[in-house]
Ligand binder design. Structure first.
Ligand SMILES: N[C@@H](CCC(=O)N[C@@H](CS)C(=O)NCC(=O)O)C(=O)O
Length: 205
């Protein structure tokens, strides 16, 4: 099994955390894709992921799986350890919902701000719309505020247990730091949760 990615980039980090949480990092071979040189836009890579983005999981039978959510679902079912995507019907649905909120409301909102309203990836940015990017910055901060409210009454983004929603939110906040979107200081629950997450070995603790 191979993961085609770029170490240190936000979306690849989500999958690397999922692997670490499952104790499966050493079960995977990492293949470096030189995104900064545009390798992800070459035909050989686009054949693996038409969206021209990392990470991509390559299974031993030649199947390619892109999208962090899909890759994490595969990892979760392929390896033992804690459940990242839930086991009961209710848990799976709630985790899916909160993962979507973390992805759309924080991770992707930050990404759109970064790519549209900052120099982003420099020459690799083929189209930018600053107004749209700035709007997404507002959306990212609203997403942080939403999760602060959620975390006021539960320890993890999707309830009582750690899940993929925590991974996405945590990486989304790290991406916000990188993109220089300040996390408002009046979000004590989000801040405390983030400090707890940072102690997990998978997240650098
Ligand atoms: N929704 C995708 C997002 C993947 C993505 O945007 N990856 C970034 C790296 S963090 C990328 O490859 N960007 C290339 C580009 O912007 O050209 C996922 O979940 O995997």
């Amino acid at each position: 099994m191979k993961i085609h990615d770029f170490k240190g980039f936000p979306n690849p980090a989500r999958v690397r955390i999922a692997l670490a949480e499952k104790g499966a990092t050493d079960k995977v071979e990492f293949v470096h894709v030189d995104v900064m040189k545009g390798e992800h836009r070459l035909p050989a890579f686009v054949a693996m992921n038409p969206n021209a983005a990392v990470p991509v999981l390559e299974l031993d039978d030649g199947t390619f799986i892109s999208e962090c959510t899909a890759i994490t679902a595969y990892i979760d079912h392929a390896f033992d350890g804690i459940s990242l995507t839930g086991k009961t019907a209710k848990d799976r649905a709630v985790i899916h919902m909160m993962q979507c909120r973390a992805e759309q409301g924080v991770m992707d909102a930050v990404g759109t701000y970064f790519h549209h309203a900052t120099p982003g990836l420099g020459a690799l940015e083929l189209y930018q719309n600053k107004e749209w990017g700035l709007k997404q910055r507002e959306r990212a901060v609203a997403g942080m505020r939403h999760f602060d409210g959620v975390l006021a009454s539960q320890p993890f983004a999707a309830g009582q247990n750690f899940s993929i929603a925590d991974i996405t939110l945590f990486v989304g906040l790290n991406f916000a730091d990188f993109a220089k979107i300040e996390i408002p200081s009046d979000l004590p629950h989000l801040t405390a949760w983030r400090a707890r997450m940072a102690e997990r070995p998978s997240m650098g603790g």
